[in-house]
Design a protein around this ligand. Structure first.
Ligand SMILES: Cc1cc2nc3c(=O)[nH]c(=O)nc-3n(C[C@H](O)[C@H](O)[C@H](O)COP(=O)(O)OP(=O)(O)OC[C@H]3O[C@@H](n4cnc5c(N)ncnc54)[C@H](O)[C@@H]3O)c2cc1C
Length: 396
């Protein structure tokens, strides 16, 4: 029985679980890292289009959605993007900034997985892959995990099995069931960073499938200025994915199709180029197919000089504040992350340990901390995994 005893059992060999295991292991703790998949870090492999957007240099707590907006501050402050960059540099992995502070591997996401697995191996972590967890239990200060007919015990158990987004990659709601079982509460999980769907009344927009344009999206006080992409089911692209994490069902989203235009832009165009068709004026700033579709919706056409100022002003105001109500999202099957999850109310923001049950930790996407698109979710996985790994090593 003794050989089945560890200092910590980490469930989930994804981004957060590997960071936690290697951190605790490097400080001399005996760690068992378990995953039901046959290989670790499958989401890392497909992330960032295969190049893994592993962090964002603009990381700050206000770029995360959580029941407690202050919760992420401590861990993000103690393990920063610079710390992860230093790790990546030590492994000689070349990287570049793509846009908006997003750092990607020059080569492949596989390098990040190999780096983490290498660090786990160097730290003496035992990796147990390919078997489902049959049971978990707690008593006498010990967590017991049954896998493949064998029981493993440790005074620390880390829930790092992520959220249910992209189930075909082995994602499950396991962390929520385990958390509930040990008395932690769950904030209703919902798909986030996910395409939005449009109803049949938006048929005109469905015909724009494949068209992309830079917009400013607004929902309540939240704004994102990035590209939006029309799809055959609705809308996608970075701006849409970002707003989807905040959007609530049956509410409107406002689009500014002309985020760079001055308020009297169309009137100026009319004065300077009265013979120009309205369609051509719009197509100077928007993809032609989109300009046509918007004008069809506005029911306007003709030369600028023949259109009343009032109508042009109204058209521009509408283009800057175009309202639509999505019918829903494309769901967990297409969601890059899951918002909601294990409530942070019962966890320490320093160590990620449950207040009421010493030795129980939750990290990564399983928790109610969801980052913006652009490397923020991995940075949370690293920071929360490091915080828990450090606390385990300190005996916290
Ligand atoms: C297509 C895609 C692209 C993405 N690109 C980026 C990006 O470029 N940058 C970024 O910051 N974020 C990106 N993300 C989000 C990022 O992948 C996640 O936020 C991050 O992986 C969360 O880390 P985690 O360790 O908490 O969970 P995961 O990485 O999901 O790891 C959880 C692990 O737990 C295992 N597991 C699940 N259930 C069980 C169970 N019952 N028993 C045992 N093991 C179990 C899984 O097999 C998995 O290995 C992307 C996500 C997707 C889907």
């Amino acid at each position: 029985m003794r050989q089945n005893r560890y200092d910590a059992i980490v469930l989930g060999a994804g981004a957060a679980g590997m960071m936690c295991a290697m951190t605790a292991g490097a400080r001399g703790k005996r760690v068992l890292l378990v995953d039901h998949a046959d290989a670790p870090g499958k989401k890392i492999l497909i992330s960032g289009g295969g190049r893994c957007n592993f962090t964002n240099i603009h990381t700050a707590a206000d770029r995360y959605i959580s029941g407690n907006p202050h919760f992420a501050k401590s861990a993000l402050g103690r393990y920063s993007p610079q710390d992860f960059i230093a790790l990546v540099d030590r492994h000689g992995i070349a990287w570049h900034e793509k846009t908006l502070g997003q750092l990607f591997c020059d080569g492949s996401a596989r390098q990040i997985v190999e780096m983490l697995v290498g660090e786990c191996t160097a730290a003496g972590v035992t990796l147990l892959l390919g078997h489902p967890v049959a049971a978990i239990d707690h008593g006498d200060g010990l967590f017991r995990v049954t896998i493949d007919g064998r029981e493993w015990g440790a005074p620390a158990l880390v829930l790092a099995t992520g959220g249910p987004s992209i189930p075909k990659l082995g994602a499950t709601g396991f962390a929520y069931d385990a958390a509930r079982r040990f008395g932690l509460s769950i904030v209703q999980p919902r798909p986030a960073l996910v395409p939005l769907t449009l109803g049949p009344e938006e048929a005109l927009f469905h015909s724009l499938s494949g068209v992309s344009t830079e917009v400013e999206l607004r929902w309540n006080k939240v704004r994102f200025r990035e590209a939006a992409l029309f799809t055959h089911r609705g809308l996608s692209g970075p701006a849409i994915l970002q707003i989807s994490s905040y959007w609530q069902h049956r509410t409107e989203i406002a689009v500014d199709f002309l985020p760079d235009a001055t308020p009297d832009w169309l009137l100026t165009q009319k004065r300077e180029r009265p013979r120009m068709a309205l369609r051509r004026a719009l197509a100077a700033d928007l993809p032609e197919r989109l300009a046509e579709a918007l004008l069809e919706k506005l029911d306007m056409q003709g030369e600028l000089g023949n259109l009343p100022d009032k109508a042009l002003r109204a058209a521009q105001a509408r283009l800057a504040d175009w309202r639509f109500t999505p019918t829903g999202t494309e769901g967990f099957a297409k969601a890059e992350v899951t918002a909601g999850g294990i409530s942070v109310a019962g966890l320490s923001s320093r160590s990620m340990m449950a207040d009421h049950l010493p030795g129980l930790y939750a990290i990564g996407e399983a928790m109610d901390v969801t980052g913006w698109l652009g490397g923020y979710n991995f940075q949370w996985a690293w920071a929360s995994g490091w915080a828990a790994g450090q606390a385990i090593a300190e005996g916290g």
